[in-house]
Design a protein around this ligand. Structure first.
Ligand code: GDP
Length: 500
């Protein structure tokens, strides 16, 4: 849903729901079927957009079965600290580089491929542990296909082993166990398998269907068997993707290199990435200038499940961003513009939410104060004569203010300034605030609290001004924040008691 919504540009809306029927056939532009849902991309009424949307109705519908080709599995290594995750990845990476005819230039680009002599490949995410596993998932992207659970055979199942099992389960990603440190004395496979079974991971030796491969990451023993087991697992899962059509993928890592500039590693998930392609990803976009494999070699094409370093970013994406290919730089710019508008709208929504939370807190405060005031008023009428207005119930001199402003932003700014007010001689109390003109309700509150009304960039309708005057309420209008603040300060100093 998220991916499809990203593609609803400013002129279109995505209506989704399984089997939703839109009765007006005129507005139905396209139907995209994805993950069992139907998305109908429709133009907003009254707006011309036509061709553009039809051309870029991403994500593309699922490829027809005949276009799907097997793809290598993407693997994430997880397990307890010190059980050998990093060592395993280092050893696997070394193996892959030594096999390359140019060999030797290990690059950390966030993921790498291991090739077997059979031609089969496995892609490993280069950062071990939870972070790599969750980073991609957090933005809705599909991450790893298989988790390799590294368990040190001498140590057995530990806290983070269990945690990793839980995470893989939740994400519905199958597990393959690597029992590590087989070169060490004190390894107890039987015990390790038993305790894994207690956590629901029943390996083949105990009659279950989880493969467990004993290895030594340090001595590089049995790593081929591990990779073969992963390929077998991938075959069972029938991992497939369409190597044709527009590219889709996910950003694994993004950084600015002092020598080569902006670069990001993209794990291709669909289509084949080539030089010259135009990509958009989150808030970034690129015209691909160069592709580099994890061995540091220039490469022409990256089919599904291949991690490649992409150079040519005009704006940087972030790790976890969903990548798609668009057909022109013009389109990339449109998408960027639309997304930045979206962000602005989201920001505005957040701002007004923040302000309404503040508002309700203050309203609550106001209610309590009003109740206290009434109670005090009743007491007073039974006690001696009138007091000085500036002396409040607690006997403390105070100024009460009510703030009205033209927009959320200006009110927020004023509230922030008022919050920093700190004067031990006179207490400043904000009794109410809000966006818009001064209203009869404001006058009522100001009267109850003996407050000064500050109106920032807003009108005071004449009847309100008259009512305020009749009730001896000051309304002060300003268009410049610092002048308003100066005004409050002078009101404050007018109230500093001279005889204390
Ligand atoms: P991580 O925290 O899971 O990434 O664990 P590391 O890869 O950093 O390994 C922790 C320690 O275990 C290091 O001192 C490694 O040298 C050691 N180690 C890892 N794999 C093996 C192994 O197969 N055999 C032995 N003897 N030590 C290992």
């Amino acid at each position: 849903v998220y991916n499809a919504l990203q593609f609803a540009d400013k002129n279109s809306e995505v209506v989704y729901k399984e089997d939703t029927v839109i009765t007006n056939p005129q507005i139905v532009r396209d139907v995209v079927k994805i993950s069992g849902y139907r998305f109908k991309i429709v133009p907003r009424p009254d707006e011309e957009n036509d061709e553009e949307i039809d051309k870029d109705a991403y994500p593309a519908p699922p490829a027809p079965a005949e276009a799907l080709k097997p793809r290598p599995p993407v693997v994430c290594v997880m397990g307890h600290v010190d059980h050998g995750k990093t060592t395993l990845l280092d050893s696997l990476r070394d193996t892959s580089v030594v096999d390359s005819e140019f060999g030797g230039i290990t690059q950390h680009i966030g993921a790498f491929e291991v090739k077997l002599s059979s031609g089969d490949k496995v892609t490993f995410l280069d950062t071990p542990g939870h972070a790599a596993f969750t980073a991609m998932r957090s933005r809705g992207a599909r991450g790893a296909d298989i988790v390799v659970l590294v368990v040190a055979g001498d140590d057995g199942v530990m806290e983070q082993t269990v945690e990793s099992v839980r995470m893989a389960r939740e994400a519905d990603v199958p597990i393959l166990v690597a029992i590590n440190k087989m070169d060490k004395p004190g390894v107890n496979i039987e015990k390790t398998l038993q305790s894994l079974a207690q956590h629901g991971i029943v390996c083949e030796a105990l009659g279950g269907d989880v493969q467990a491969i004993p290895i030594s990451a340090l001595k590089k023993q049995n790593l081929d068997t591990l990779v073969e087991a992963l390929i077998l697992q991938a075959q069972l899962m029938e991992l497939k993707a369409d190597p044709g059509g527009a590219v889709e993928g996910v950003v694994i890592e993004a950084l600015v290199d002092p020598r080569t500039g902006k670069q990001a590693t993209v794990l291709v998930q669909r289509g084949s990435l080539r030089k010259g392609a135009v990509l958009v990803a989150g808030q970034g976009w690129a015209k691909v200038r160069l592709l580099q494999s994890s061995e540091g070699l220039p490469t022409d094409v990256a089919p599904p499940s291949t991690p490649v370093r992409v150079l040519g970013w005009r704006e940087m994406p972030s790790a976890g961003d969903y990548v798609i290919e668009v057909d022109s730089e013009k389109r990339a710019n449109e998408v960027m513009k639309w997304r930045s508008n979206q962000r602005m709208k989201e920001k505005q929504a957040e701002d007004s939410e923040a302000i309404s939370i503040k508002e309700s807190t203050h309203r609550e405060q106001y209610r309590r104060q009003l109740a206290a005031k009434r109670a005090a008023g009743r007491m007073r009428s039974r006690q001696e004569g009138p007091r000085q207005k500036m002396i409040q119930e607690g006997g403390e001199p105070a100024i009460h203010v009510l703030v009205k402003g033209d927009v959320d932003g200006s009110v927020e700014a004023l509230l922030d300034i008022l919050e920093t007010y700190d004067d031990s001689r006179v207490k400043l109390e904000l009794v109410h605030y809000g966006v818009g003109q001064v209203t009869p309700g404001d006058i009522e509150i100001a009267q109850a609290f003996d407050a000064v009304i500050y109106a920032f960039n807003v009108e005071v309708p004449p009847p309100i001004a008259v009512e305020a005057k009749n009730n001896n309420i000051k309304i002060k209008r300003h268009n410049v924040i610092y002048k308003l603040v100066d005004d409050i300060k002078s009101e404050v100093s007018a109230r500093i008691p001279t005889t204390l």
